[in-house]
Every structure is written in structure tokens, then in C-alpha cells.
Design a protein around this ligand. Structure first.
Ligand code: SAH
Length: 398
């Protein structure tokens, strides 16, 4: 076997690896010997040549390497991948039951598998590979998923924009089995169609499962506004929880079409209480305000306004804008469930933004609960960047 390529860190730059952080940035690297190819496994050593980790090399990314293992005795091969994939899948066993047939199976760095995302939607598994090392082990990852899940179809959605940063092309399509004409999941007993081919991300926002359940409970008897509704997750949860009415807004006609069919599919829900609106949320919140509309529960679950740290200032203004408008639309005693899925906006900053919005809206408001992603999206203690989804439940006092 050829000797492994060696990635040597600059003196003093081993600190984050000592804390088991899995990313090695280009600026920390002294030298790379052995001319490793994209995605190849390299041996990471400190400036004195002491072993630190085995990592996947990604020459075109600022995140130049991602750690597979900190153990010198662990070989990075198909068997290693299979072990970690099986471990990740079995850790989610509790997330699946008669009422819930979808969950995330593999959550990248948090499962020790940088760049590997896999979501189960009933008997279809959707795979998304986001890093060069993950791409290199594509066959082993696919085989491990089929073995662990006995899925009817393995479908690839490696079309996220971050792949370009890794120098990887877009790739989508069936890897194994046959894609059923329609993929339908159950969450909290409600049926949702998931468009795994053309839907956002891998088709559904699984990370909001627990929060949809929470909002469902809060919705009873309330006039609900669900802004950025996508395919109606919070809408259906609110209707099931006994909401008096739900107005749901999204700018995507395709998402709303699925949302409508999701409502029709759940015949126990009262469709007369539900209104869908294709519109820009920023514009529509202002229009609602001008019309004198009031709500008792508002959900704000916008897309990632800050894709990177460079976008934080502009994103902060956008978050403040919608939160300010929502707080104005809230009746006294009403609840605002407000989310940010921008990893670059930390929880403390998000809270400050919402606090600023409350001051400007002249609302006396208090946080009564805090939200994160569901348990199938764990956050590794060594990888705080993984804590991307944060939410606050705010009560506007009378
Ligand atoms: N809450 C949803 C997920 C929301 S994802 C769920 O539980 O499934 C964010 C949504 O915001 C996407 O559906 C996207 O189409 C929509 N969106 C993005 N920008 C928007 C805008 N300016 N106005 C309205 N909708 C927008």
C-alpha cells in the first residue's frame, strides 16, 4: 500500500484538533506531502510530526480537511464507513413508529461522518453528499444505508450549493431500487407528501418535527399565522391542535401546491379554517398590518438569511424586520414562535435581534420556551457549528 499523504499543521495550530473539532482550515496548514487527490484520506500531524488525526482532503475548499478519526489505530476504509453509518441509523430507532415514518438517519459531523446527510422518508432514503471525503466513499455509504434500512429506494440529492465549494459537481437520481410515484410520510399521525426529487433540501424540514408538535399544542382556539409555510408542516400541526384559523404564506407556488394536497389528504382536519397565500412574507406582513389584522399565534420559520458569516449584518436586519412586524400583528397575550436556521447567527445574537424587534414594536414580550432541532439532528459537543436551528417562543403581554 502506498504511504499515506501527510498534512502538517503550523506550530500552535493543533489546538482545535486537540478539542476534537473536525475541521482543518487552509490557514492552519504548513505543508501537504504526497500529492493527495480530492477526497483522499491524509494523515494529519502537528508541527513536530506527531499523529493527530486521519482526515479527508479537500484541495479546493477553505475547510481543507475534515477528520474521520482521531485514533491512530483506526483505518479509514469501507468497513469504517459501514460501522459509523450503522451506528447513526440505529441511534434513530426511537424516532420511528406508527405515527412517524420519517427522520434524519445521518447528520454529518455530529455522527462522525462529515458531509454525509441521509433522510428516511417512509421506505425511501435520500442521500446528500456535501464534502469531498464523503463523495469518495459514496458506494460504501449507499451500501451501508441499504443494509441498515432495507429501503425500497435510495435516491441522491447531491445538489446543494456548498458542493461547488468542494469542487464537486451536482448529482441527483436513483442510486438503488425504484422511486415510488409518490412518497408519503406520517408525522404525528398526519400525512405529508414529500417531493424528494424537486422539494427543498431533501424534500422536508425534518428538523422541525418536535417544534411542530409543540406549536400544535399551543394552537388550540387561536388565530394562527404561519409565515414561510413550505408544504404546510406547522399549518397541519396547528389545525390538528384545534386552531380557530390558519393563514399560511409562502413565495413558492410548488411548495403551496404540495401543501394544499397535504391538507386534502388529512380528511380529519377542517380545511375551511385554512387559507393559503402565495406571497412575499416581508410585503404581506405589512399589508396585513395595514388591514388591521390580528393573530394569536404567529410562526416565523424563514429560510437561511445568513448562509455565511459575511451575511450576518444584512441577515440580522431581515430577521429584525419580520419579527418586528409579527410582534405588531400579535394580539395581547399572543405567542410568536420565531426561528433562525442560520448557523452564522448564534443563539445569543438571535435573542438580541428579537429583543430589538420587541422594543421597536413597543411590545412587552418574554421568552417562555426555546427550541432547537429534533433529536435526529444532534449537535456534537465538539462541533458547536452544528447548532444551526434555534427558536424562541415569545409571549406578548397584555
Ligand atoms: N416551516 C416549514 C419550513 C420553512 S422553509 C416546515 O415546517 O416545513 C422556508 C420557506 O420559506 C420555503 O418554503 C421558501 O419557499 C419560503 N420563502 C423564502 N423566502 C420567502 C419570502 N420572502 N416570502 C415567502 N416565503 C419565502
Amino acid at each position: 500500500m502506498a504511504p499515506a499523504s501527510v498534512l502538517r499543521l503550523k506550530a500552535g495550530r493543533e489546538r482545535s484538533l486537540a478539542h476534537r473539532h473536525p475541521w482543518i482550515f487552509s490557514g492552519a496548514i504548513e505543508s501537504v506531502d504526497g500529492n493527495p487527490s480530492t477526497g483522499a484520506t491524509v494523515e494529519v500531524v502537528d508541527s513536530r510530526g506527531t499523529f493527530l488525526a486521519r482526515a479527508a482532503y479537500s484541495p479546493s475548499s477553505q475547510i481543507r480537511a475534515r477528520v474521520w478519526s482521531f485514533d491512530a489505530d483506526t483505518a479509514i476504509d469501507d468497513a469504517f464507513i459501514d460501522r459509523l453509518m450503522a451506528r447513526a441509523c440505529s441511534a434513530r430507532r426511537d424516532m420511528l413508529d406508527d405515527a412517524h415514518t420519517a427522520c434524519r438517519l445521518v447528520h454529518g459531523e455530529a455522527d462522525g461522518l462529515p458531509g454525509v446527510i441521509a433522510d428516511r422518508y417512509d421506505d425511501v432514503v435520500v442521500l446528500q453528499l456535501l464534502a469531498a471525503g464523503a463523495e469518495r466513499f459514496r458506494d460504501a455509504i449507499g451500501a451501508a444505508l441499504m443494509a441498515a434500512t432495507h429501503a425500497r429506494c435510495l435516491y441522491e440529492r447531491s445538489d446543494a450549493e456548498v458542493r461547488a465549494l468542494e469542487g464537486l459537481p451536482r448529482r441527483v437520481g436513483v442510486i438503488d431500487g425504484a422511486l415510488p410515484e409518490e412518497v408519503v410520510i406520517r408525522e404525528a399521525g398526519l400525512h405529508y407528501v414529500v417531493d424528494v426529487v424537486a422539494g427543498q433540501k431533501t424534500g422536508f424540514y425534518l428538523d422541525q418535527r418536535d417544534n411542530r408538535a409543540h406549536i400544535g399544542v399551543q394552537a388550540h382556539g387561536r388565530r394562527v399565522l404561519n409565515a414561510f409555510c413550505y408544504t404546510g408542516g406547522f399549518t397541519l400541526a396547528a389545525l390538528a391542535g384545534g386552531a380557530a384559523s390558519v393563514l399560511s404564506i409562502d413565495s413558492s407556488a410548488a411548495a403551496l401546491e404540495v401543501a394544499r394536497s397535504n391538507l386534502a389528504r388529512n380528511v380529519t382536519l377542517d380545511a375551511r379554517r385554512c387559507t393559503w397565500l402565495e406571497a412575499d412574507v416581508f410585503t404581506e406582513l405589512r399589508a396585513l398590518r395595514n388591514r388591521g389584522a390580528w393573530f394569536d399565534l404567529i410562526v416565523l420559520d424563514p429560510p437561511k438569511f445568513a448562509p455565511t458569516a459575511a451575511h450576518v449584518a444584512r441577515a440580522a436586519r431581515a430577521y429584525k424586520d419580520i419579527n418586528l412586524l409579527a410582534l405588531k400583528l400579535l394580539a395581547p397575550g399572543g405567542l410568536l414562535a420565531t426561528f433562525s436556521c442560520s448557523g452564522a447567527i448564534e443563539a445569543s445574537l438571535f435573542r438580541k435581534i428579537v429583543a430589538g424587534a420587541a422594543v421597536d414594536a413597543n411590545a412587552d414580550a418574554a421568552v417562555i420556551a426555546q427550541f432547537g432541532a429534533s433529536a435526529d439532528h444532534p449537535v456534537a459537543l465538539t462541533f458547536p457549528e452544528g447548532d444551526y436551528l434555534k427558536g424562541l417562543l415569545v409571549r406578548k403581554r397584555a
